[in-house]
Write a protein that binds this ligand. Sequence first.
Ligand SMILES: *[C@@H]1O[C@H](CO)[C@@H](O)[C@H](O)[C@H]1NC(C)=O
Ligand SMILES: *[C@@H]1O[C@H](CO)[C@@H](O)[C@H](O)[C@H]1NC(C)=O
Length: 432
Amino acid sequence: MVPLNVVFLLGACLGASLAGKHDIYSRHSVHRVSVTTENENTLIHQLETSLELDVWEHGAPPDRDYIIRVTPEQEQAFLNILDDHGIAHALRHPDVARMFEEFDEQIAEWRKSQLLRNSRIVPFENYPSYAEVNDYLEYIAAQYPDLATLVTAGPSYEGRDVKYLKISTTNFTDTSKPIYFLDATIHAREWVTTPVALYTIHRLVEDLRTEDRDLLEDIDWIILPIVNPDGFEYSRDYERLWRRTRSYNESVSVTCYGVDANRNFDVAFNTIGVSANPCAQDYPGTEPFSEPETRYVRDIMFEYLERIQMYLNIHSHGNWLLYGFGDTTLPANSLQIFHVGAAMGAAIDALKLPQARYYRVGNSAILLYPTSGSAQDYGQRIGIPFSYTLELPGYTYAFQVPPSYIQQINTETWAGLAASARLARLYYRARS
Ligand SMILES: *[C@@H]1O[C@H](CO)[C@@H](O)[C@H](O)[C@H]1NC(C)=O
Ligand SMILES: *[C@@H]1O[C@H](CO)[C@@H](O)[C@H](O)[C@H]1NC(C)=O
């Protein structure tokens, strides 16, 4: 028998090592900032760059607040500027490290209770690891070979396979069908996006309901649950708020890794809404498609360009459904894009939790902020008729949506996907 004091020591050590995991965020604080005018909004955008703030959720005057993380060193200067301009703010969390520890505990509890209930981890009702996601994709492909084909696009920078499923009743041979391409976790910290991609697979393959047969029979699907596996695993193991890829280029920076994959596409590359600082969250890289992960998304788009009717790049969070272009100019079919987007947002809203916001649908630069090199704009620019960025709900939890909300987000988003797929398909008939 192990002496009690050894058990106690072991427990203390484990506790200490877990407590240390998020130490880099110790006493980082999170603030809610209420902007009421466009001038205030512009000021926050400027501060975001000049102070290198970590904006967790972008606001929009007059009714959508910002959620911003600051380091202890930044905090007083930041709050002073807000006070000087009469901008209202409130402390949301005094210590991000503590917040992440609590989130880890929630996930551990949730996994334990799921194991008790189902005797297995249900990956789409959870925060699965990269390996668990691959297991699920392999399981689906093996169990449903007539419907699902697993494809390895290639290795990530660090050598993890980037995998996606093709779902089709005809193995993609019926070229009269439109394709719906969706991907998730291009930004590493936006964990809740991957379960939504997996749940979509689940509903199309494992749990297809009578009323949804048309979605499987009339449409082919490409679903890529983790675009950025290196960043994702890094955010699980080391830095919860990691957003970028994990590539390394010594001649660019010896200390900072990765680029913002969602600024790395070849569309107005490195022009607006990007930082020249290779350590910044929105650094676009040295050239378009410098990252293997973004090249895989591009290659899928081109392989099926004739047939991809809709592309959805899934993010977390803020209840936005956005479309091009990132410089405020609109695609020629912007009315159709709005129509399909509004149908999607309204279908989700019909199932939303009372405390959740309504979705807002529109041009990304007009509603939020200018960008260049985004997946959304690239898809639109090369000829995908309906190309969107979806920002899932964060409720008040930002990137730490408690796992008990995942199934809600899954089912409401599925309703939106279904509505948008059906409507986009009607436009596809008109296209051909
Ligand atoms: C589907 O088509 C691919 C070629 O595109 C082929 O390699 C694969 O075996 C086919 N799968 C089935 C189930 O027929
Ligand atoms: C590394 O950065 C330099 C510019 O400093 C660039 O010319 C080169 O292509 C980059 N290498 C890779 C592999 O991206």
